[in-house]
Write a protein of this length. Structure first.
Length: 238
């Protein structure tokens, strides 16, 4: 598959066309942003690490019956994926309170939630990805009721699969963000799953192993991303 023109450049990835209109190539960058782009920086090696982490987790999800855009890892930073039409709704899945939820509801960070919380945000950088509910989504025709039902169902399943898998690696999945796309009339999981898009806490020490180290200037950012990759790779070598 040939890598052709740059189609789109996002905050963490570039998307390239290929000679097959059904596929695109993702290229992961080391650039890091937080607080809607107000904080910018570089996490050296992040692109390579996130490419591998995300591909590992997408393959795990595929094995558990979740349809995803993943096709093949092409290099350290590049992955071939199905070309989807991204549904402009970000799904946030929460097992414990953290980040914006802690702030909004006054729940101390780490508070266990009695049931899994799903939140939706309208994917729009200029507006800062505002939170929306299903009524907004239908009123703005961002997705259909049928699509949202599939999205909610898949999001809960992804959470269960990842929770179980990561628990064995002494990683607690606090919360994460998913994006979905339309492909041949079907809704499939797209974008990435990495320390940029998840909160991962070490089960034993409570140490943060994710982008909060960058957001909150906690230091050892690169090390935390590497640690997640190593735990996943050690498990797959067994
Ligand atoms: N998240 C993300 N992209 C976003 C917003 C959130 O990947 O644009 C992830 C974030 O890494 C965390 C979860 O979604 O794992 C919940 O984020 P939250 O709403 O608490 O926002 P934050 O505190 O990160 O601003």
């Amino acid at each position: 598959m040939k890598k052709l023109e740059l189609l789109y450049e996002g905050k963490a990835k570039k998307v390239y066309a290929t000679d097959d209109p059904g596929y695109v190539i993702l290229e992961y960058k080391d650039d890091a942003t937080a607080f809607n782009g107000l904080k910018r920086g570089t996490i050296v090696g992040k692109g390579v690490v996130n490419n591998k982490i995300s591909n590992h987790l997408f393959q795990l999800l595929e094995r558990h019956g979740i349809p995803t855009h993943y096709v093949q890892e092409l290099s350290d930073r590049e992955t071939l994926v199905k070309r989807v039409e991204i549904i402009p709704v970000e799904v946030i899945v929460r097992n414990r309170a953290a980040g914006s939820l802690s702030k909004r509801l006054g729940l101390p960070e780490g508070t266990r939630l009695k049931s899994v919380v799903l939140e939706y945000c309208y994917k729009n950088d200029e507006l800062g990805d505002p939170m929306v509910n299903e009524h907004h989504i239908y009123a703005m025709e961002l997705a259909t009721e049928e699509e949202m039902s599939r999205i909610a169902d898949m999001s809960f399943k992804v959470n269960q699969i990842l929770l179980n898998y990561l628990r064995d690696l002494n990683i607690e999945l606090i919360d994460f963000k998913l994006e979905f796309g339309r492909f041949n009339g079907q809704v499939i999981l797209a974008d990435e799953i990495s320390p940029d898009t998840c909160r991962f806490w070490d089960t034993r020490t409570g140490e943060k192993l994710d982008k909060d180290r960058f957001r909150r200037d906690l230091g050892d950012v690169e090390e935390a991303y590497q640690e997640i990759l190593h735990r996943l790779m050690d498990r797959s070598a067994e």
